[in-house]
Structure formats: structure tokens, C-alpha cells
Design a protein around this ligand. Structure first.
Ligand SMILES: NC(=O)c1ccc[n+]([C@@H]2O[C@H](COP(=O)([O-])OP(=O)(O)OC[C@H]3O[C@@H](n4cnc5c(N)ncnc54)[C@H](O)[C@@H]3O)[C@@H](O)[C@H]2O)c1
Length: 151
């Protein structure tokens, strides 16, 4: 059974759940950061009129809010979110997702269907997946070596 190649993002979403945490683009950065901390996550999907219009991440807080001395209590998410964000679909392949994260230096990739978000994949999800795959491959090899396979 191919454990690594050609596994689609659907498998990771089935494992971690399809929940999507989001915020409206006219909320303040203060409210957004409170929401991220409440869920212990590093990103929020940004919506306007129920459509996905961007992503707001820990990196945006560092580079667009703190560094430029903006007041989180009056700065709106849409002023500091990433609008031209990278995204994937449910049938994106894990290998390609890793390449995209590496090439584009992003750790969060919304899973989109049209202008709706159906999931989120982070670098931690990929790491956890690879750990699981490595463990399964090691178990398979151990079984093979100890000749547990019939015939
Ligand atoms: N033990 C686990 O199952 C697990 C899973 C993921 C990450 N982690 C660890 O947590 C730490 C931070 O992880 P990270 O860098 O991947 O970022 P993160 O803290 O943003 O991600 C943590 C989890 O929240 C989810 N998440 C983040 N933003 C979301 C959103 N807007 N909507 C829905 N889900 C969202 C991610 O998919 C991931 O499953 C790392 O040390 C990582 O290894 C552990």
C-alpha cells in the first residue's frame, strides 16, 4: 500500500476534522488575536459577506501590526490580512502541499471549494501525518523482516 505518494489532503482533513476558524474582515486585530488564542491556533480565515477574502496569521501580527506600530484595538483585520494568500483544494496531494509550504514560506493553507473554506492544513498537520506514515512504514518493514507476511 503506497503510504506516502499521492495521498490527498482529504485524508488529513478526515483525520484532524474539517473545522474552520474564521473572522469577519471588519473585526479588530485585538478581537482576532483573542480568537486565535482562544482556539490555540496561529491563523484565521478572513471573510466578507460570507466569502473568503484572505487569511490572518501570527506572521501578519508580527510583520504588519507590531513592526509598524499599529494599535490592535483600532486596526481592522482587512487592513493587515494577507489578501493574495496561497490555498489548496481537497484533492491536492500531500507532497505538493509540502512543496508549496516550503517554496512560499507559509505554514497555513486554507482548503477552498469555490469561495468557501472546507478546511485548513497547517505545517503541524503535515508533520503529524509524516510521523504517522514513518511509523507505519517502520512497522511494515519490521513485519516484513520478521517474516510475518504469509507465503
Ligand atoms: N499534536 C497534534 O495533533 C498537532 C497538530 C497540529 C500542530 N501541532 C503542533 O502545534 C504547534 C503549532 O502548529 P502549527 O504550526 O501547525 O500551527 P497552528 O498552531 O496554527 O495549528 C494547530 C492546529 O490548528 C489548526 N488550525 C490553525 N488555524 C486554523 C483555522 N483557521 N481553522 C481551522 N483549523 C486551524 C491547524 O490545522 C492545526 O491542526 C506545532 O508545534 C505543531 O507541531 C500538533
Amino acid at each position: 500500500m503506497p503510504l506516502r505518494k499521492k495521498i490527498s489532503v482529504t485524508a488529513l482533513i478526515e483525520e484532524k476534522g474539517a473545522s474552520v476558524y474564521w473572522i469577519n474582515d471588519d473585526e479588530t486585530v485585538h478581537v482576532a488575536v483573542a480568537e486565535m488564542n482562544r482556539h490555540r491556533i496561529g491563523s484565521l480565515i478572513v471573510k466578507r459577506d460570507s466569502k473568503v477574502v484572505g487569511i490572518f496569521t501570527e506572521r501578519d501580527v508580527l510583520t504588519r501590526v507590531v513592526t509598524s506600530g499599529r494599535d490592535p484595538k483600532v486596526t481592522m483585520v482587512r487592513e493587515v490580512m494577507t489578501a493574495d494568500f496561497k490555498w489548496i483544494t481537497s484533492d491536492s496531494v500531500v507532497e505538493d502541499v509540502m512543496q508549496l509550504m516550503t517554496d512560499e514560506r507559509v505554514r497555513h493553507l486554507p482548503v477552498l471549494e469555490g469561495d468557501q473554506a472546507v478546511g485548513m492544513i497547517s505545517i503541524g498537520d503535515i508533520t503529524r501525518w509524516l510521523l504517522k506514515v514513518n511509523q507505519m512504514e517502520a512497522d511494515n518493514l519490521r513485519r516484513y523482516v520478521s517474516d510475518e507476511y504469509p507465503g
